[in-house]
Structure formats: structure tokens, C-alpha cells
Design a protein around this ligand. Structure first.
Ligand code: DOR
Ligand code: ZN
Length: 428
């Protein structure tokens, strides 16, 4: 089996150490380790993190391979420093049966770039009417533990209650896309002063907050695990903070774009900024950053939502919602959280690897960088400065809001169970 010595890496941002990988495993972590025939990667003080884990990735296969495939999406993930992603269920056909989740799981295994954990739909066809085969998806080879109708809200309170009850038996979790459908009919952007000025249909914060309030109460009532996808408002943060103070089993994620961008950008009418939930206000961004820093929000999830240019390069009203995120997530987090002093690198490891892996109950991912652990690792050069160029993305889609923007940091190496998927900044 091959050996790699990563020399002089600041493990989780701490002291510079050497890390020896032997086969699939971290064999030793220490100062002055002997290379002993191993391939040497000179880290030169770069930051070594556990491989990143995404709870919220749209890989689009099956059905929308023009946007992304499991292969291209996992290549994008590896480029961004990820060693595992959760593949959302809003594919065609929807991942609401054991057959479809097994297909996605198998494609992930064949891709070899990162682990793919399929998410199962909560309801048949994401239609919100009838529970999908949650048990069969869990029992399948894909061992599904996270269920979500993401893209749509499970708005029927009885269905939501039943789903929470059902997954309790096998320690599953329902990941809710919190969007009250009646309050967001015709909504095109955040409801506020900008939407009023532009005359675009507004998407009120209460549409998100009312569902979160209902669902944390339901989760408490049932005693189940609830995860809230892409929190976007200050009010949502307050509700999650309250639910956690009660000791309820509620977790939450925030996307990189909601940590950085605001609805002011919609004035450009550039659909690259059209996303669900919508970009909110400066005050919301501040509250989201603070909540991620203090742990009220558990993790960063990309909501990587690739779309082909014909679905995005059109007028605002007709454009699809979503933006790609896997290849820029860590840079945005460095910019918004590390360089503002709100999180250190150990905090980044926690919010982008340890906690998302724990929420998804992923074995072998989100583990400490120490001897005996699987060698899922990401080496980051935090001093790097460069402009985002979507032409260089491994993703099949180009719908990034950061095109041409300078963002800090670069993933130089990613290791999946000891095998380099990214080496010197290039996909292997
Ligand atoms: O912007 C979004 N795009 N939000 C979602 O919830 C779904 C996603 C998609 O599938 O494109
Ligand atoms: Zn969503």
C-alpha cells in the first residue's frame, strides 16, 4: 500500500506537524516524522482539515445530466475539499424509492472522487401527500438516514409529524426546506424595501420562520431529530436558538451565499442571484454569521444547485433558482468567518466536517486528524488570493455568483481514504 507524508501542515490551524498516511489510514501525526520511502507533500504551513462533508448537494443525476452528473459533481466536490456529500432527492425520477437511492449510491461508488450519501425524499414525488418508502430506503444498500423534500417544503403538519415519527425508529433525520407555500406564491426575492422598489414579488421571512417554529415544536412533541436546511433569516436563528435551549434535537445549516450576499444584488436583475431561500438583508447576514460562530447553526452546507445556462441566462422571472457552491464554499467561509475573526480553523473543521458528518451519521467521515483514523483530509493554502473563474470549474454548470470576484484560499490537496483526489490544486 502507498504511503504519503504531509510535512509541516498546521493541523486544524494549530502547530505545524507531519502527518503520515499509510494506505487508507492516518498512521501517525507528530513532529519530524521519517519519510521512509513515502511520497512527500510539502505543506509549508498550510492548514490541514478533516475532509469536508456537505449535507446538501444537488448532483442532478438521474434526469438532469445536462446540469450535473454524479461524476462531475463529485469532481467539483473533491476540488472544493469535500470527501463526502449528501445527494439531494429532487432528481428525475425523484429519489423516493430504494431503487433510485441505490442507483445514486452505486454511481457515487463508481465515481471514486468522494463518498456520495443519497438523501431520500420524504413524500412520494416530493408532492407532500403521501410518505415515501422511508424504511425501504433505509434498509437498502444506500442506508439512507437523511430524508428531505428539498426544493419543496413538507407543508402538511400531519405528514411532517408522521415522517418524524417514522425515522425515529432508525435514528433518521428529516431535513426540512422551510417555506410556507401560500405565503410565497409568486415570490421572486426577499420581501423588503428592495422588492418594493423593484416591484418583484416578495418572499417574507415569516414564510420560513413559521414553518421552523411549527417543526421544532413537532420534533419536540415526537422526540425526533429535525434538521433545518439553509437558514436565511435572523428570526429563524432566534427560533433555532430557543429550540436548542429547550434541549430539543434540532440542527441547522447555513449556505455560504447566505453568509456573504444580500438582496441588494438583485437590483442588477442578474438571475445568478436568484436562489431559494432568497438572499436576505445585511442584518440577516450578520445574525447568520453570529449563529454559525456560536454554534446555534451547526454547519455550513453548500446547497450546490447547478443549472445549465439556458435555465439561468434569461429574464429574472423565468430563471431557475440556485447557484453552484462546492468549489467556492471553503473560500467564502474563510472570507466571511475566518478573516473576520468569528471562527478559527478548528471551528471551520467543526462546522464543515465534524458536525455535518455527525448529523448525517456518516461512518468514517468527519473524524479527528489522528492516528488510526481514515485518511480523509483536505490541505488548504489560506494565503492564496485569486479570482473565481467558472470556466475552470469541474462542475458541469457555471452559475456562480462569484465569477470574477477575489476570494481567499485554495484547496491544494484532497485525500479520500489515503488516495489523492486533488494534488497540487489539480484533480487527479
Ligand atoms: O435555490 C435552490 N435550488 N433551492 C432549493 O431549495 C432547490 C435548489 C435546486 O434544486 O435547484
Ligand atoms: Zn432547499
Amino acid at each position: 500500500m502507498s504511503k504519503t507524508l504531509i510535512r509541516g501542515a498546521k493541523v486544524l490551524g494549530g502547530r505545524a506537524l507531519d502527518v503520515l498516511i499509510d494506505g487508507e489510514t492516518v498512521a501517525a501525526v507528530g513532529a519530524g516524522l521519517d519519510a521512509d520511502g513515502a511520497r512527500v507533500v510539502e505543506a509549508g504551513g498550510q492548514i490541514l482539515l478533516p475532509g469536508l462533508v456537505d449535507l446538501h448537494t444537488h448532483l442532478r443525476e438521474p434526469g438532469r445530466e445536462d446540469s450535473e452528473t454524479v461524476l462531475t459533481g463529485t469532481r467539483a466536490a473533491a476540488s472544493g475539499g469535500y470527501t463526502a456529500v449528501h445527494a439531494m432527492a429532487n432528481t428525475f425520477p425523484v429519489a423516493d424509492t430504494a431503487g433510485v437511492v441505490e442507483q445514486v449510491w452505486r454511481l457515487g461508488r463508481e465515481s471514486g472522487h468522494c463518498d456520495v450519501q443519497p438523501v431520500g425524499a420524504v413524500t412520494v414525488g416530493l408532492e407532500g401527500k403521501q410518505l415515501a418508502e422511508l424504511g425501504a430506503m433505509h434498509e437498502s444498500a444506500a442506508s439512507v438516514r437523511v430524508f428531505s423534500d428539498d426544493g419543496k417544503c413538507v407543508d402538511d403538519a400531519v405528514i411532517m409529524r408522521r415522517a418524524l415519527e417514522y425515522v425515529k425508529a432508525f435514528d433518521g433525520v428529516i431535513a426540512q426546506h422551510a417555506q410556507e407555500p401560500r405565503l410565497t406564491e409568486g415570490a421572486q426575492m426577499n420581501e423588503g424595501t428592495v422588492s418594493a422598489e423593484l416591484g418583484l414579488g416578495g418572499w417574507p421571512a415569516v414564510a420560513e420562520e413559521s414553518i421552523i417554529a411549527r417543526d421544532v415544536l413537532l420534533a419536540a412533541h415526537v422526540g425526533s431529530r429535525l434538521h433545518i436546511c439553509h437558514l436565511s433569516t435572523a428570526g429563524s436563528v432566534e427560533i433555532v436558538r430557543w429550540a436548542k435551549s429547550k434541549g430539543w434535537n434540532v440542527t441547522a445549516e447555513v449556505t455560504p451565499h447566505h453568509l456573504l450576499l444580500t438582496d441588494e444584488l438583485v437590483r442588477s436583475y442578474d438571475p445568478v442571484y436568484k436562489v431559494n431561500p432568497p438572499l436576505r438583508t445585511e442584518a440577516d447576514v450578520r445574525a447568520l454569521r453570529e449563529a454559525l460562530a456560536d454554534g446555534t447553526i451547526d454547519c455550513v452546507a453548500t446547497d450546490h444547485a447547478p443549472h445549465p445556462h439556458e435555465d439561468k441566462d434569461c429574464e429574472w422571472g423565468a430563471a431557475a433558482m440556485g447557484m453552484v457552491g462546492l468549489e467556492t464554499a471553503l473560500s467564502v467561509v474563510q472570507h466571511t468567518m475566518v478573516e473576520t475573526g468569528m471562527l478559527d480553523w478548528a471551528g471551520v473543521a467543526d462546522r464543515m466536517s465534524f458536525r455535518p458528518a455527525a448529523i448525517g451519521r456518516l461512518a468514517g467521515q468527519g473524524r479527528p486528524v489522528s492516528a488510526g483514523e481514515p485518511a480523509n483530509l483536505t490541505l488548504v493554502d489560506p494565503a492564496y488570493r485569486g479570482t473565481v473563474d467558472s470556466a475552470r470549474f469541474a462542475s458541469r454548470s457555471r452559475n456562480t455568483p462569484y465569477q470574477g470576484r477575489e476570494l481567499p484560499g485554495r484547496v491544494t490537496h484532497t485525500f479520500l481514504r489515503g488516495r489523492a483526489t486533488v494534488m497540487d490544486g489539480k484533480l487527479v
